[in-house]
Design a protein. Sequence first.
Length: 270
Amino acid sequence: MTPNIHPTAIIAPGAEIANDVTIGPYCIVSGKVRIGKGTVLKAFVNILDYVEIGSECTFHENSVIGGQPQDHDFKGEETWVTIGDRNIIRENVTINRSSGEGTSTDVGDDCFIMEGVHLAHNVKVGNNVTMANKTGLAGHSSVGDSTVLGGISGVHQFVRIGRFCMIGGLSKIVKDIPPFLLVDGHPGRIYGINRIGLKRAGFSPGERSRIKEIYRSIFHSGLTFKRSLVKCESTFGKDILAEEILTFARDTRRGIETWPSFKRGSGKSD
């Protein structure tokens, strides 16, 4: 079985294209590209050099993958974009190569990246992530598995968002967001646990309650942030959810976002 390539498409010599790939009208595929089985490029898709795409992905019209990083430090070194399997990339999406020899901008599996989204250099996106229209991720930012970003939300460079978060539309994210949280605002603020998302994902009532208690211990203890992490560790021991949250919090470079709805002494977590 040979690839289904429209006669108006331009495929450079050297491109590695699986046998059952479909490439639509007026697409351009550069030579240093690998495309996995079952992937579809619709019309006017541009896949530039140093891009590796997995299987069964769909790229919609006018998406541009592999553009050089918009970074003053980039000096033409070999860097990549790597995209996993079963991703949907909608119209006008741009995903830039990374900056720094041997590095890559990475997208996992089963992501839904909607119209006009921009992923900058050195971005890391996990599995099953949804990004609504016009979302932008600045350089070196990252998004964990199964997180949802609402439309026209923006993520500052080097900011990390944990897994199973829900980021409201039009939010401005300038500090790290630990896992399992609901965030909204300009700048974004934490407003609670992502209960609906966790329930849909199969987290048990006990796990959801434990996550709430872990965050109550961190944000609502009345202690300084560093001391609250120590207290949380002593309280929850080797609990796997607590370990994930504490590891994320300790690794922060940008700082952890605040939870303004909490009133000290009230005992309420949202």
